[in-house]
Design a protein around this ligand. Structure first.
Ligand code: ATP
Length: 334
């Protein structure tokens, strides 16, 4: 059986990139037979980047409401908030004790932070927290706790799945075959959306188009996507065009081909932006209405999350941690 796991960090308002790259494909995948899906709000991960409690709290509600509005059925999939699974940090410690420090030194996110310090003439580890350094181990715990065998990720995350395999394998070698080693599921057709400034759309870069921005705001943001200065009538490049890439993620193959022709024939940026706005709004508007209804009743969202965590702990995590505590030589708490 296939077990799929997807998390979104509760570090800000969910955006079109999260929708196209995670929510939309995950919900489609959960409908397949023989698939068990685990969707979680990665709020422990959020603490690595965000030290504003209100932001983490608000983001948790918004991301939960986004999943539900987009069609996640909490009766059919496992849907929970990471920090409510108190066994996750415990498992993370077990894994920390077998993870190679050298391996973590090579993690992309950590290396990028070191490179940035070097470029700025700072000490290698200046302002880098142990949380950022340990992030791949926490992610390993998220995956291995459920023996998820398929983890849909973008190319930049493949390394983290390899690290989860590595620590899982080391643990198995020392204590017996407890973990299934996960595989990265690279969805070639799933694009990485660029943000307003052309970099990857990311909550951390403040360059996002919120998934459920009100209609007028959505329009304004789409009109603010960076373009070059070519006038209407001049041929435009689709290559490297953030506008075109976002359009492609929302349009059918035929519509995309038509837009490609329109670019070559010199469609004006205003007209292209209007087409993009209409395409996105057409898909999002019905979901936005559901989102707004859900956000008006935060207590209902909370109840769904609390129930999801309770059930997934009882069914999956508690029995598993009992076996793992015993395997490493700790007292049985049950
Ligand atoms: P942060 O800046 O806090 O890391 P983020 O917005 O970059 O946040 P995550 O919460 O780390 O995103 O990622 C959640 C999911 O959304 C992942 O599956 C990731 O691949 C997907 N995702 C994030 N940004 C994009 C994007 N620009 N295009 C496509 N998928 C994306």
């Amino acid at each position: 059986q296939t077990r799929i796991l997807t998390g979104i960090t509760t570090s800000g308002t969910p955006h079109l990139g999260n929708y196209v790259g995670a929510i939309r494909p995950a919900i489609a995948a959960s409908l397949a037979p023989d698939v068990e899906s685990f969707y979680f709000l990665a709020d422990l991960h959020a603490l690595i980047k965000v030290q504003e409690p209100e932001r983490v709290q608000r983001s948790t509600l918004e991301i939960a409401a986004a999943w539900l509005a987009c069609g996640l059925d909490p009766a059919k999939v496992w849907f929970y908030r990471q920090s409510e699974i108190v066994e996750i940090p415990e498992l993370s410690w077990f894994l920390t004790c077998v993870a190679g420090k050298g391996m973590l030194n090579r993690a992309h996110a950590y290396k990028a932070a070191v490179d940035k310090n070097r470029a700025e003439g700072e000490d290698d580890d200046a302002a880098i927290t142990a949380g950022l350094f340990m992030y791949p181990v926490l992610m390993s715990a998220d995956i291995l706790a459920f023996n998820a065998n398929q983890v849909p990720v973008g190319r930049d995350q493949i390394q983290h799945i390899e690290m989860a395999r590595d620590v899982g394998q080391r643990f198995n070698h020392l204590y017996g075959e407890h973990f299934v080693l996960p595989e990265a599921l690279i969805e070639e057709s799933v694009a990485t959306l660029p943000g307003l400034d052309g970099r990857k759309m990311s909550k951390s870069y403040d360059n996002t188009i919120p998934l459920f921005a009100p209609r007028e705001t959505l329009k304004k943001l789409i009109y603010s996507i960076v373009t070059d200065s070519r006038a209407p009538g001049e041929a435009k490049d689709t290559e490297g065009s953030a506008l075109f890439q976002i359009y492609q993620a929302f349009a059918s193959v035929e519509e995309t081909q038509a837009m490609r022709r329109a670019f070559a024939e010199g469609i004006g940026w205003g007209e292209a932006k209007q087409a993009l706005f209409e395409r996105i709004d057409g898909e999002i508007a019905p979901l936005r209405a559901k989102y707004e209804t859900l956000m008006a009743r935060p207590q209902d969202i909370e109840a769904i999350l609390v129930d999801g965590a309770r059930r997934v702990r009882a069914q999956h995590v508690s029995p598993r941690m009992k076996a793992l505590r015993e395997a490493v030589g700790l007292r049985d708490l049950s």
